[in-house]
Design a protein around this ligand. Structure first.
Ligand code: G6P
Ligand code: BGC
Ligand code: BGC
Length: 920
């Protein structure tokens, strides 16, 4: 395809070359040669199309060096309008139409085709405001808003505003956008690099006349695209040619490196005004373009825009006319101060002068106003100049649009496709030929695309209102989400209250008074001293897995062989006899596999439930927790129950020496490596802690010297209602649905058995509010325990992109958008952070107790920890440590993750007991 466009220009008759210094036109060049500079060949247009497409794809890939010639800015608009948006919205348009801003009141009815004409008012922006301090500009905008509302009372208290800000911005949210650089005659100080929504909010605040909530900021191209009538569109490209020019389009989200998305589409503002690939542009840049750029507010920037935008077309024409006049080809070689002064020919002048019928007369009138007298042929040449400048603008714009359409073809992997392009801007409105040349050229450059051009009805005001409606809905959702999650965000004061209440309950429990903390003596008086030796059997019941272990304690250290066995729910909730027979079956199976059959090794039993210990091998189960509910066990001596099961199994010899709680086992296991380990902490299916207390403080055990390990059973903290102020509706739901309602309240806010359920109840609540999953309640989400606590750990892992979060949730059969995935992530974070901070408050209470027990300024102590939640959740452990640091700054606390679980600890307790028995 060879040269297209003002071919006819070449054949027009014309005058000799151009005289003016600096414009470096060959002195003998004729007026035709002057116009020829504006000729753009088909090959050049294709070159521009290809090079712009290349730059677009570089920018999408996030390539930074060499810096792509266009920015490709994601706009946070992820879907085109459904037409269901409704409400009344204020719209402020700044920057699209040059030295004016517009305020609109738009009512969206939510019914396709039922439209209410927006009310609008235009305000001229004084030059000194466009070039002055940023604050002045935003104050001017706020003033116009209140003037509009004074003139058009809308009788509403709080108003929602959509801000159409037509400049290149980095958007970080629907209502957060940082100005990159001014364009088009604006150059206010103190705005570039700032969030323009905040600047507008501050100005509205200063104005103080109306309470206006700025909920969305959009680029004018987005408003144009979104304003497209659903019936005629949907438009997936927004094209603006007004004072400036730019386009946006719906790109596949997975192709936008800057976004962490792999599904759906996102609107991208191309910002093609800055396209300046020398290879592609310099062949079409004329001396007039360089002159215009040189005298512009932003030399070297927006070169492409300066060949197309309405702010510049008039100036280009003026420069050419001045040149031709100075060369004697126009106005008898006379110029005028007006002709030589910048900006004296405007877009509307060009449009009028170019008009095929009235153009000549207009040209005469306009140029006479500029102090020029026209010879007969002048008007025609002036019209030719206008046509040359505007035709080139339309062709260049077409090449750019063709690049966008080719990009859409690539990203949709479609050879041919249909697309609607919404167009907006004065150049389109005032310049009928611009549109037709543009469309013709597009069809030549991308013949395989069936493009329909939809002029935007009101300059995009409705489109901005559409985005504002979506933003308002999302903002409302965000507010509902914040309200729902606020009770989970515990501050330092609230945690200090929990710490103090726990201290008080500990003191009462130790004194044997009524307390939700039973502070159970464990008869473990010392941590191992390393002289223990021998082989021991150990059982570990009460966590995620039931384990049987062979523990060999030797000079070189401790060797462990273990096997995991399952405890089916029917056994955990069956009869006690069945449960203990199952335990003995597992032991026998383990002995056979380990070749230990017939050997009666000393056995240590980690039994992770609240027990009143009467001795090391005597322990009365107080109540089941964590989903266990075997009958005929509560109030019984668990060691007896085990021994009876052994007896029932005949031919099995087992010597049960000790029974310990998993917190004690964990403390002992870690204490074997670090003698400063005096606290055991479990945060797994359940949660609990133990620590070495001064015996003199344990009312129920005789003796007042030395220490005794106390099993706090802190899972039951708050069962007396003392945690009522923190308990939420969702906690109540989980508690009521549990097999032990009213019990283990602290545990039910912290441990792995419950966090997933709390999240599920919050998601159900947010779905019922329409905040999540478009308000669709799914069977899945109504299913108990379907949202496993391990999902929290997975969803909150930093290495997991949002898309993987969505994958987890989709496996759960939840139809979700990326906003949904983000909100689910925030729900998980709120629930797990509360759990970790409450757990931290508990540990702070314990370490402060030990410090005060010993009257120390500073305490250095270690905590042995175990439990799936603590070990696997990406942030839980660090948040516990941070909370302890915050609430117990005089304690240096080290958390030791137990490697071998508490089974080893039970074996060590047994070993200590055996050592003490041998020395006794
Ligand atoms: C380890 C210990 C068990 C303890 C469990 C708690 O496995 O050996 O004694 O009960 O941790 O964590 P979990 O997440 O399994 O409930
Ligand atoms: C701005 C764009 C805007 C275009 C049309 C350009 O100068 O950089 O953001 O869309 O003008 O108004
Ligand atoms: C039990 C404790 C146990 C904790 C951790 C709680 O439900 O009551 O005895 O230490 O879970 O497993």
């Amino acid at each position: 395809m060879d040269s297209i466009g003002p071919v006819e220009l070449l054949h027009g008759e014309g005058a000799p070359g151009c005289p003016q210094e600096g414009l470096s036109c060959p002195s003998d060049s004729s007026e035709l040669e002057c116009l020829q500079q504006f000729m753009v060949t088909g090959a050049q247009l294709q070159q521009i199309q290809a090079s712009l497409l290349g730059s677009m794809e570089q920018a999408l890939r996030g390539q930074t060096s060499p810096a792509p010639a266009v920015r490709m800015l994601p706009t946070y608009v992820g879907s085109i309008p459904h037409g269901t948006e409704q409400g009344d919205f204020l719209v402020l348009e700044l920057g699209a139409t040059g030295a004016s801003l517009r305020v609109l009141w738009v009512t969206l009815t939510g019914f396709e085709g039922h439209k209410i004409e927006p009310r609008s008012q235009e305000f001229v922006i004084p030059q000194e405001v466009m070039l002055g301090a940023g604050q002045q500009l935003f104050d001017f905008a706020a003033h116009c808003l209140s003037e509009f509302l004074d003139m058009h009372p809308v009788g509403k208290q709080s108003l929602q505003l959509g801000f159409s800000f037509s400049f290149p911005c980095h958007q970080t949210g629907l209502d957060r956008s940082t100005l990159i650089s001014w364009t088009k005659g604006f150059r206010c100080s103190g705005v570039e690099g700032q969030d323009v929504v905040q600047l507008l909010r501050d100005a509205i605040q200063r104005q103080g006349a109306y309470s206006i909530d700025v909920v969305a900021v959009v680029n004018d191209t987005v408003g144009t695209m979104m304003g497209c009538e659903p019936g005629v569109g949907p438009c997936e490209v927004g094209l603006v040619v007004d004072t400036g020019t730019n386009a946006c389009y719906m790109e596949e989200a997975r192709h936008v490196a800057a976004l962490d998305e792999d599904r759906g589409r996102v609107c991208v503002s191309v910002e093609w005004g800055s396209f300046s690939d020398d290879g592609a542009l310099s062949p079409v840049l004329t001396t007039f373009d360089n002159a215009l750029d040189h005298e512009s507010l932003n030399p070297g920037a927006q070169r492409f825009e300066k060949m197309i935008g309405g702010l510049y077309l008039g100036e280009l024409v003026r420069l050419v006319l001045a040149h031709l006049a100075q060369r004697g080809f126009l106005f008898g070689g006379c110029t005028s101060p007006a002709l030589l002064s910048q900006g004296s020919i405007l877009l509307e002048h060009v449009a009028e002068m170019e008009d095929p019928s009235a153009g000549a007369a207009c040209a005469r009138a306009i140029l006479q106003d500029l102090g020029l007298s026209l010879e007969t042929s002048d008007a025609e040449l002036v019209q030719q100049v206008c046509a040359a400048v505007c035709t080139r603008a339309a062709q260049l714009c077409a090449a750019a649009l063709a690049a966008v359409l080719s990009r859409l073809q690539h990203s949709r992997e479609q050879q041919t496709f249909q697309i609607s392009v919404a167009t907006g801007g004065q150049v389109f409105e005032r310049h009928p030929r611009f549109s037709s040349i543009l469309q013709e050229t597009v069809m030549l450059l991308v013949p395989e695309c069936d493009v329909s051009f939809i002029p935007s009805v009101d300059g995009g005001g409705r489109g901005v209102a559409m985005v504002t409606a979506v933003a308002a809905r999302l903002a409302a959702h965000r507010r509902l989400l914040e309200e729902t999650l606020a009770p989970f965000r515990l501050n330092r004061e609230q945690l200090a209250v929990v710490q103090a209440q726990m201290r008080e309950a500990m003191a009462k429990g130790l004194r044997g008074e009524a307390s939700s903390l039973r502070m159970l003596p464990t008869y473990v008086r010392a941590v191992p001293d390393g002289t223990e030796r021998g082989d021991f059997l150990a059982l570990d019941l009460g966590g995620t897995n039931f384990r049987v272990l062979l523990v060999r304690v030797a000079t070189g250290g401790v060797q462990i062989t273990s096997q995991i066995y399952s405890i089916p729910e029917c056994v955990a909730q069956g009869s006690g006899q069945q449960l203990f027979d199952h335990i003995v079956d597992c032991i026998v199976d383990f002995q056979q596999k380990q070749g230990l059959s017939g050997q009666s090794l000393p056995l240590g039993f980690t039994f992770s439930f609240p027990c009143r210990q009467l001795g090391l091998d005597q322990s009365i189960l107080l109540n089941w927790t964590k989903g266990f509910n075997a009958s005929d066990c509560e109030g019984k001596d668990v060691v007896c129950l085990l021994r009876e099961a052994i007896r029932r199994r005949q031919a099995v010899e087992l010597n049960v020496v000790a029974i310990v709680n998993d917190t004690v086992g964990t403390m002992m296991s870690c204490g074997y490596e670090d003698p400063r380990c005096e606290i055991g902490l479990i945060v797994g299916t359940g949660t609990n802690a133990c620590y070495m207390e001064e015996l003199q403080n344990v009312a129920s055990v005789a003796g007042d010297s030395g220490h005794m390990c106390i099993n706090m059973e802190w899972g039951a903290f708050g069962d007396d209602g003392s945690l009522g102020m923190l308990s939420t509706h969702f906690d109540e739901c989980v508690d009521q649905a549990s097999i032990n309602p009213g019990e283990q309240r602290f545990e039910k806010m912290i441990s792995g058995m419950y966090l997933g359920e709390i999240v599920r109840h919050i998601l159900l609540h947010l779905t019922s509010l329409g905040v999540l999953f478009r308000g669709q309640q799914t069977q899945h989400l109504q299913t108990r325990d379907i949202f496993k606590t391990k999902f929290l750990s997975e969803i909150e892992s930093d290495s997991l992109a949002l898309r993987q979060v969505r994958a987890i949730l989709e496996d759960l059969g939840l139809p979700l958008t990326s906003d949904d995935a983000l909100m689910v992530l925030e729900v998980c974070q709120a629930v797990s952070q509360r759990a970790a901070r409450l757990c931290g408050a508990g540990v702070a209470a314990v370490v402060e107790k030990i410090r005060e027990n010993r009257g120390l300024e500073k305490l250095t102590v270690s905590v042995g920890v175990d439990g799936t939640l603590y070990k696997l959740h990406p942030h839980f452990s660090s948040l516990v440590a941070a909370t302890v640091q915050e609430l117990a700054p005089c304690c240096a606390v080290t958390f030791l993750e137990s490697e071998d679980g508490s089974g080893k600890g039970a074996a060590l307790v047994t070993a200590v007991a055996c050592r003490l028995a041998q020395t006794a």
